[in-house]
Design a protein. Structure first.
Length: 95
């Protein structure tokens, strides 16, 4: 069996991709927040989230669902098209 076909390799590869793309998603959101003039506290209040939840997303933990993505991007004042493009770009974070 080739290494790339071994189940543990595929599992680690999937975990690596999710973490990498989750970090990309969080990083792009983290860059957008100050560009929109929002502190973490202001953004979390507007999104109806806890600071720890927002910080976790910026650190690479992806939102649970589309509704959470929308609450976060709405809190930043960005349109849903940008949110959809961001999710599509980083889709492997959820795969």
């Amino acid at each position: 069996m080739r290494v790339a076909q071994h189940p543990s390799y595929r599992r680690r590869s999937t975990e690596f991709r999710r973490k990498t793309w989750g970090n990309m998603f969080g990083g792009l959101l983290r860059e957008a927040r100050p560009e929109r003039g929002r502190s973490v506290e202001e953004a979390t209040r507007a999104a109806g989230m806890e600071v720890s939840e927002w910080d976790a997303v910026e650190a690479g933990q992806v939102p649970k669902d589309w509704a959470e993505v929308c609450r976060m991007t709405d809190a930043l004042g960005v349109d849903r098209g940008w949110a959809a493009a961001l999710v599509m770009f980083c889709h492997e974070a959820w795969d």
